[in-house]
Design a protein around this ligand. Structure first.
Ligand SMILES: [Zn+2]
Length: 126
């Protein structure tokens, strides 16, 4: 992961840290650094890293945390698309009768990602 990242963005710094409060990750625009909380599970780290990479790509500073709003909605939507394979999602949905917790475990993502992806699917249906 680190090597692949270095190829994509050699000037971007990614480190783990002890982040305050409930923050899982931040992206600091000024220092071009992503920090991921070191206490969270591997799955959450993976999802947080992709989330912060999307912020990085858009130049969104999240030093004070992800506060919601339009920028955060865009980021969550793009993160879900990057982390979920549509065929795997469809299979997991059938296998687990749409239960987001079991689907999250199967797809190696957080429940939040499942919910964001699901919201996206309904958006397309409408
Ligand atoms: Zn965010």
């Amino acid at each position: 992961m680190r090597m692949a990242l270095y190829d994509v963005a050699p000037e971007l710094n990614v480190s783990s840290a002890l982040l305050p409060g409930i923050l899982d990750g931040i992206y600091c625009l000024e220092t071009n650094t992503i920090l991921i909380d070191r206490r969270i599970t591997y799955t959450r780290k993976r999802c947080t890293l992709v989330h912060e990479l999307v912020h990085w790509r858009h130049g969104d500073d999240t030093t004070s945390g992800c506060m919601g709003g339009k920028m955060e909605r865009r980021c969550r939507r793009e993160t879900a698309i990057l982390l979920i394979d549509p065929a795997e999602y469809a299979l997991a949905e059938r296998m687990y009768d749409g239960d987001p917790y079991q689907m999250a475990a199967e797809l190696n993502v957080t429940v939040q990602i499942i919910e964001d992806y699901r919201a996206l699917l309904y958006e397309h249906v409408r």
